[in-house]
Write a protein that binds this ligand. Structure first.
Ligand code: DX5
Ligand code: ZN
Length: 218
């Protein structure tokens, strides 16, 4: 079955000294949305960007920005990312006790809400709230760094979530993040993913447009 697939280049792999130019170039190359990886040095060993850079990006981006909060206690910071202009926000299931409340809060602000799952977290742990989500983000690496190898054991997890979504007539999208390249993209598309995040494979490509088209599958 042919599903609409979108590509979300991750700015983690963009050249930080040429951020504005990299954003314009990746949008011109066909990025459907931009993926903004927030790391806090606690949930993830690494540290990245916060709300001020997101706010600045909103001035140049002509596509929606998908904020992936890889931080502890995201409920304390979510309003800042909403104010900074996030179009979509994903929070990790592993660090939120009142996930339903936080999803409703994001949604009430007019932002698309999503839940991200580390490789060890089964999607079944969030089953009751899946109908409320714009997307479920299935991590295909352990969060923290770009350029890691795709964890192929995540393919049955993607496929079983796709099966659940179809059987229940839901419109929830499946986003995958980590190690997505022109080689691994067909596997996740086949398993049922519809939003493909790619950092290294897009920003380090000699031809960004060709890389995006190949990951999208057209
Ligand atoms: C990993 C981040 C990813 C990362 C993907 O913790 O959430 O979005 O940027 O990078 P690649 O595509 O290089 O694996
Ligand atoms: Zn991410």
């Amino acid at each position: 079955m042919q599903r609409k697939v979108i590509v979300a280049p991750s700015l983690l792999s963009a050249d930080p000294l040429r951020f504005g130019e990299e954003i314009s170039a990746v949008i011109a190359a066909g990025a459907d949305i931009l993926h903004y990886d927030v790391m806090d040095g606690h949930f993830t060993p690494n540290l990245t960007f916060g709300p001020p850079i997101l706010k600045a990006m909103k001035k140049v981006s002509t596509v929606p920005i998908d904020v992936h909060l890889m931080i502890n206690e995201p409920q304390q910071m979510v309003e800042e990312y909403i104010k900074a202009g996030a179009n979509m926000i994903s929070v990790h299931a592993e660090v939120v006790i009142h996930l339903h409340r936080l999803i409703k809060q994001i949604e009430a602000a007019g932002v698309k809400a999503a839940v991200a799952l580390n490789p060890h977290t089964p999607w079944q742990s969030i089953e009751p709230i899946i109908p409320m989500l714009h997307h479920v983000l299935i991590m295909t690496v352990n969060p923290g760094f770009g350029g890691q190898a795709f964890i192929k054991e995540m393919l049955p997890k993607i496929a079983s979530l796709r099966d659940y979504i179809e059987k229940n007539g839901l419109n929830t999208q499946i986003e995958v993040d980590g190690g997505i390249t022109p080689e691994t993209a067909p596997l996740v598309r086949e398993a049922g993913a519809t939003m493909l995040v790619a950092g290294t494979a897009v920003f380090k490509a000699s031809d960004m447009a060709a890389a995006i088209n190949s990951i999208r599958g057209c």
